[in-house]
Design a protein around this ligand. Structure first.
Ligand SMILES: *Cc1c(COP(=O)(O)O)cnc(C)c1O
Length: 343
């Protein structure tokens, strides 16, 4: 793959901002180069623009090289950057599965890039050929999300592979829910496929949604373009340090995942017994997609009781569907008790 041919010409030629911490990286005793206030240590100093200490820890945990990692303000930042790096506004286009995560289209729209939606099958499975049929000479990116949001299911790996192998552009594989999934991450194959960008996040299994830290993994060459385009100090020092400390608590994260998977099964079993529940879709994520006859009515009934689920009634292929995040045993019981009172 000739990456330089995929990148927008202005990004290829871009002279990135060179900050003080880019020009001098080592240890020194006196720092008078960045117009910082000498008082209020350690917060007076600009943070490491490349977050090497944090990336080093992530690289060990994920068995990738630090240079294959880009950290963003949530996954939303790399989603936006990948559009801006590869898609010329009003010229290039993006192909994505439908339904899927809403941010892909928002980022395409913000950047004035055509967004082509390809319906999943009725059972939310992926038809690779239908996706590839939507591609033309100006398609730069295909977005795949597995496990998918809001449907919850894993996309079939061999179908995904047909797209990775059959498309000459960038395939973004969003693995926000990978920790809850029974299948292995695509990270294991990062060196095998030079055109994939794998997204993961600290927002779900790690319980750090408010901290805003997402990860993009790709070839060193793709990551170098992310680094050219991102804000120099995009991850503040509080986030860098806090995420780094949390990485030492992987056992706690795994315990949470285990608890949530138990709760997911239990919640699913209980919902199944409710007479008005038509279908609970298979899930590999920390939520259930549940089909009922009147999703708007059930949604409003729950809101009035202070219980908020996500109404997906108007989303493609999701007519009558509510997306229910798995909570604690108590939260799930509160939900179930409320639903059992529906006549
Ligand atoms: C929740 C979610 C994310 C995470 O977004 P952050 O910006 O990292 O919080 C990414 N992708 C999908 C599909 C999600 O559902």
């Amino acid at each position: 793959m000739n990456l330089a041919k995929l990148v927008r010409p202005n990004i290829l030629q871009l002279n990135p901002y060179s900050c003080a911490r880019d020009e001098f990286k080592g240890e020194a005793s006196v720092y008078l180069d960045a117009n910082e206030n000498p008082m209020n240590a350690p917060y007076n100093r600009y943070p490491d623009p490349m977050q090497w200490a944090l990336k080093e820890k992530i690289s060990q945990m994920k068995s990738v090289r630090s240079e294959q990692i880009m950290l963003g303000n949530g996954s939303d930042e790399p989603i936006d950057l990948v559009v801006r790096i590869f898609c010329e506004p009003q010229v290039d286009n993006i192909v994505a599965i439908d339904p899927s995560y809403g941010m892909y289209q928002v980022c395409a729209d913000v950047n004035n890039v055509e967004y082509r939606k390809v319906l999943l099958n009725a059972d939310y499975s992926l038809d690779a050929q239908r996706v590839l049929d939507a591609v033309d000479a100006n398609t730069k990116i295909i977005f795949l999300c597995s496990p998918n949001n809001p449907t919850g299911n894993l996309l079939n790996r061999s179908e995904m592979l047909k797209i990775v192998n059959g498309f000459g552009g960038i395939v973004v594989i969003d693995e926000a829910y990978v920790d809850f999934s029974s299948e292995e991450s695509w990270l294991a194959d990062l060196d095998k496929y030079s055109n994939i960008v794998v997204l993961q996040t600290f927002s779900k299994a790690w319980g750090l949604a408010s901290v805003r830290c997402g990860m993009a993994f790709a070839s060193e060459e793709i990551i170098s373009y992310f680094n050219k385009v991102k804000y120099p100090y995009n991850i503040n020092i509080l986030t860098q340090n806090f995420v780094s400390e949390n990485l030492d608590l992987e056992v706690r994260k795994n315990d949470w995942v285990e608890m949530l998977l138990v709760q997911r099964t239990q919640l699913s079993n209980e919902l199944q017994t409710l007479p008005f529940v038509e279908k609970i879709f298979p899930t590999d994520a920390n939520f259930l997609l549940v089909k009922v006859p009147d999703a708007n009515a059930v949604y409003q009934y729950l809101v009035d009781l202070g219980i908020i689920v996500r109404n997906r009634n108007t989303v493609s292929l999701c007519l009558g569907c509510l997306r229910i995040t798995v909570g604690t045993a108590e939260e799930n019981k509160t939900l179930l008790d409320a639903l059992k009172k529906i006549g």
